[in-house]
Design a protein around this ligand. Structure first.
Ligand SMILES: N[C@@H](CCC(=O)N[C@@H](CS)C(=O)NCC(=O)O)C(=O)O
Length: 230
């Protein structure tokens, strides 16, 4: 078996679903690092056969690099960082391990956020909200002086959490649930991340309306509340 070279010679190609927060992590990293890339959007409700053929877990993101298929957002992001000069994870092994652990917490939170949005009853949605609240309180306690998770410099932890804050901001406009209330460090962190050009450009222009429509029509209690208080 021949192994591809580790240095990419062609543009990386990101396979995306417009609403996926995991893909957004990779899009932010690509944009922040000014890496030129191609992007193809698929519909997760109607998977194309070519995607099922190449994606080991049937999930996005997938990043194709010179014919090699990479998957798992955290892995893709480390690859993108390493091949574009590094700098998005601490050099110190202990701090690097800790950053990876917090990225993993972020993945759990993305799943909790999706559960909150799609839970069928008010009670189940509130339970999911409370699970998210506990995670957020823990991060508020762990967060330093900012403006980024590691201090002055943006890291892969920031690119991993920005999609959560983007969605929280939209939810708050549609049906306030106060998840950033009494969390001044996280509120400031969210504003910093949402103000970044790479974050703003990491989703399609009509992301907000797609997001609202998707969750309004997905049978979840919270989505059904969207726009009702306005
Ligand atoms: N651990 C994966 C999670 C990716 C993931 O769950 N992606 C969702 C969309 S946001 C997906 O492709 N779901 C399709 C499925 O589970 O069948 C990562 O970090 O990349």
């Amino acid at each position: 078996m021949s192994h591809p070279q580790s240095t990419p010679s062609a543009k990386p190609h990101l396979i995306s679903f417009k609403l996926c927060p995991f893909v957004q992590r990779s899009a932010i990293t690509l944009l922040y690092k000014n890496v030129d890339f191609d992007i193809t959007y698929i519909d997760l409700a109607d998977l194309p056969q070519w995607f099922s053929d190449i994606s080991p877990l049937g999930k996005v993101p997938v990043l194709k690099v010179d014919g090699t298929v990479l998957f798992e957002s955290a892995v893709i992001n480390e690859y993108l960082d390493e091949t574009s000069g590094g700098g998005l994870l601490p050099a110190d092994p202990l701090q690097k391990a800790l950053n990876r652990a917090w990225i993993e917490v972020g993945s759990e939170m993305i799943i909790a956020q999706y559960r909150m949005l799609t839970a069928d009853t008010e009670q189940n949605s509130r339970d999911a909200r409370d699970a998210l609240e506990k995670h957020l309180q823990r991060i508020e306690a762990a967060f330093g002086d900012g403006p980024y998770f590691n201090g002055a410099q943006l890291s892969l932890v920031d690119t991993a959490y920005a999609p959560i804050f983007l969605r929280l901001e939209i939810i708050e406009r549609q049906h306030p649930i106060g998840l950033l209330d009494n969390k001044p460090r996280l509120a400031a962190w969210a504003q910093t991340l949402l103000g970044l050009d790479a974050v703003r450009r990491s989703v399609v222009d009509d992301f907000e309306s797609l997001f609202i429509e998707y969750f309004k029509s997905h049978g979840g209690w919270l989505g059904a509340q969207f726009g009702q208080d306005n």
